[in-house]
Design a protein around this ligand. Structure first.
Ligand code: PHE
Length: 344
């Protein structure tokens, strides 16, 4: 048995000599030292020996096992270091290289402008409808019919409004004014809401106009609402939004759903009113349309125009942002050029 043990040790030592990786060492360990390894097989035979032999052979077996274990460990350490060094060499890192720069995102200037405008109106007592994003597809019913826009009104023309193929009466809304109807339907005054959203028009695109843009609709219906309230609220809005006095002008206008109607222009800051490409040489940019809600519109949603009156407005978010930050071209909002977006 002694010679058997010594032979096994010799074989193990030979194997170890030939080993060239940590993997080889694990194999050798399994072959000789595991529960099913060769040493264990031998040790099972110990029980048949005399007490005296058990002691000497047992001691030898233990000694050889220890020797083999320590040889394995030495080799293991050697290979471990070697393989680690090779790996470090191969995956060498230059810690002096500059790190990767992950730029921080920004809130889009139209989003922040919308938020700012909405919060001014919230402070004036208006609430926001609907709770979620308002749908950008509407039916003619909300976009035109209920807003007193006659069937033959040029605004319905294919040139202005994008119709869909879903059905002949389904369109991309050309204005947020449909929100007025949604806000009044089935509700009783007082109604005091703003409704932001995207609208679409088949426009020739230039520095002032894009074929989609953003509006914020406003509506205030109650007893005794007058044109004076409209002027007061909108002037207060302009004062709060621009923070400083800005030359503005109030022009009479026409909308089928308001009577009387007005538009507000703000002096162009790209040219200080002298006239440029952004304001098309006029020195002014229109920021909103407004007026007293037409009695026909109130009647349509079941509100008695002899008891209630109201005003409505729709403002252009891009125009308001352009006039605050001196952005001379509406297309800049939609190119997503980070050199532009980064400035906000
Ligand atoms: N909807 C009109 C437009 O898009 C603006 C407007 C809204 C006018 C509300 C009057 C009242 O031009």
């Amino acid at each position: 048995m002694k010679t058997q043990l010594e032979n096994i040790y010799k074989n193990a030592a030979d194997d170890l000599e030939k080993a060239s990786s940590i993997n080889d060492i694990e194999e050798i360990r399994a072959k000789y030292l595991s529960r099913k390894g060769e040493f264990n097989e031998i040790k099972k035979g110990l029980k048949d020996l005399s007490d005296e032999d058990k002691r000497t052979v047992g001691a030898l077996a233990n000694e050889i096992t220890r020797k083999l274990e320590s040889a394995l460990k030495n080799k293991y350490d050697e290979f471990y270091k070697k393989e680690l060094n090779e790996k470090l060499e191969k995956e060498r890192l230059d810690v002096t290289l500059p790190g990767k720069f992950t730029p921080q995102g920004h809130i889009h200037p139209l989003t922040s402008t919308t938020n700012e405008i909405v919060s001014i109106f919230q402070n004036l007592g208006f609430s926001v409808v609907p709770d979620e994003h308002s749908p950008e597809v509407e039916t003619e019913y909300y976009n035109f019919d209920m807003l007193n826009v006659p069937k033959d009104h040029p605004a319905r023309d294919m040139q202005d409004t994008f119709y869909t193929k879903v059905a002949s009466n389904v369109l991309l809304r050309s204005q947020t004014s449909g929100a007025q109807i949604h806000a009044m339907e089935g509700k009783n005054p007082p109604i005091r809401v703003v409704s932001p959203g995207r609208v679409y028009r088949n426009e020739n695109i230039n520095a002032r106009k894009n074929n989609f843009f953003h509006q914020i609709e406003g509506l205030y219906v109650d007893k005794d609402i007058t044109f004076g309230d409209l002027k007061g609220v909108l002037n207060e809005f302009i004062r709060l939004y621009f923070g400083s006095s800005r030359p503005t002008r109030f022009r009479s206008s026409f909308f089928p759903f308001t009577e009387p109607s007005a538009e507000i222009d703000v002096q162009c800051i790209m040219c200080d009113g002298k006239g440029c490409r952004t304001c098309s040489g006029t020195g002014w940019l229109e920021i909103l349309g407004a007026g007293m809600v037409d009695p026909n519109v109130l009647r349509g949603v079941g509100i008695d125009p002899d008891v209630y009156s109201g005003f409505a407005f729709g403002m252009g978010v891009e125009r308001l942002a352009m006039l605050k930050y001196a952005i001379d071209d509406i297309r800049l909002f939609f190119n997503n050029d980070v050199r532009f977006l980064e400035q906000f």
